[in-house]
Design a protein around this ligand. Structure first.
Ligand code: NAD
Ligand code: WQD
Length: 338
């Protein structure tokens, strides 16, 4: 069965994954309610791949509507579940919306998958589940820390819901993918990240500053216990990240999984500081980036990067794109938005 259902498939990571899935020969059905994306993405995907994915504008928390999707599109081999609210700060302001959207959408899927004989689920998790780890880099065995936000808590709870449901015997294979910091855009610059309002994440803020939309980047703290004092993250190219989902689906369909629920870190394995992002962006694009150092951002962790050994050896996946090329792709995308 080479048909997959992708929830949140018009979103940032979802759209890149749909492109990779189609290019790998999968037939794709997208379910998205467009609460954080635009329908025009479907056309853009078609421009890249030459294939128009099926699209259902449906809210994943709506059980009856989701049931219609499974009836209309039989023989789905796997679901990749991206659909969720993802803004950490907003989740603190609107916890009930976050718990409702992120938990109920998963609950609906886990209820319907056995009924429609869909045996495979890939879930978008996050390095946020590790908090500030005691040892770096983090492996999949690194203990999770209590969540720092309702958003982070939804990711931990969703991981637990999948694990408990599979342990209780629902006939579903699970793969939990813990993304580090996804950045960049498709090299065609036809799809990319579309932040609404002021970007909260670093790279969209960098590209908007370079474009003159923001007067300057504010770097949150240079007094951390890191080589240059700014925070360290593991920035992963979104196309590399998208490809990992195809490897995960292939693995499930070929029945190569070794445990009923598998967990993989998806990062580069390299820690990069905020100041290094600024310097690399300037070098890669030739654009000077005005910035100021301001106070630390509440809730930020000092440093984290992935141990990717398990993803490299067991999944057979690794990140390839350089940081220069990734930041160039983000800049190329930004320039199409003006
Ligand atoms: P995104 O907001 O661009 O994409 C999510 C998509 O889901 C959007 O198109 C939105 O319209 C849709 N959606 C949300 N709720 C829905 C619902 N109830 N029904 C139908 N559609 C719904 O976000 P993204 O960056 O592509 O993130 C995708 C997934 O990856 C999310 O689960 C997110 O938590 C996770 N993740 C993202 C990052 C990151 O930094 N971008 C890091 C780790 C994990
Ligand atoms: C990166 C670094 C900031 C903006 C978030 C979520 C996490 C995951 C990924 C979903 C930090 C610094 C940022 C700015 C800055 N998402 N920064 N100036 O915080 O690592 O992770 O996205 O699961 O859950 O928390 O990403 O891009 O916001 O920040 O100096 O204007 O850039 O302090 O060190 P973060 P980010």
């Amino acid at each position: 069965m080479k048909k997959i259902l992708v929830t949140g498939g018009t979103g940032y990571i979802g759209s890149h994954t749909v492109v990779e899935a189609q290019q790998a020969g999968y037939e794709v059905v997208i379910v998205d309610n467009l609460c954080n994306s635009q329908v025009g993405v479907i056309e853009r995907i078609q421009q890249i791949t030459g294939i128009r994915p099926a699209f259902e504008q449906v809210d994943c928390t709506d059980m009856a509507a989701m049931e219609e999707v499974f009836k209309k599109h039989p023989q789905i081999g796997a679901v990749i579940h991206f659909a969720a609210f993802k803004a950490v700060g907003e989740s603190v302001q609107k916890p009930l919306q976050y718990y409702h959207n992120n938990l109920r959408s998963l609950w609906v899927l886990l209820t319907l998958l056995p009924k429609y004989e869909v045996g495979n689920l890939v879930f978008s998790s996050s390095c946020t589940v590790y908090g500030q780890p005691d040892h770096l880099p983090v492996t999949e065995q690194t203990p999770r820390k209590p969540a720092e936000s309702p958003y982070g808590n939804t990711k931990q709870i969703c991981e637990d819901i999948i694990t408990d449901a599979v342990r209780a015997g629902i006939p579903v294979q699970g793969i939990l993918l813990r993304y580090f910091n996804p950045i960049g855009s498709h090299p065609s610059a036809k799809i990319g990240e579309l932040p609404i309002g002021t970007p909260q994440n670093l790279v969209p803020f960098v590209t908007q500053t370079a474009a003159g939309i923001r007067p300057q980047l504010r770097i949150f703290g240079n007094d951390y216990n890191t080589p240059d004092g700014s925070c360290i993250r593991d920035y992963i190219n979104v196309v590399d990240l998208a490809k990992a989902h195809i490897v995960a689906v292939d693995r499930m369909l070929k029945k190569q999984c070794k445990k009923p629920v598998e967990v993989f870190n998806l990062g580069t394995g390299k820690g990069v500081s905020v100041l290094e992002i600024v310097r690399t962006f300037e070098r890669a694009t030739g654009v000077k980036l005005p910035y100021e150092i301001v106070e630390r951002r509440a809730g930020d962790i000092e440093q984290i990067w992935a141990d990717t050994t398990f993803a490299n050896t067991e999944l057979g996946w690794q990140a390839h794109e350089t940081l220069e090329d990734t930041l160039s792709s983000a800049w190329k995308w930004q320039q199409t938005l003006q």
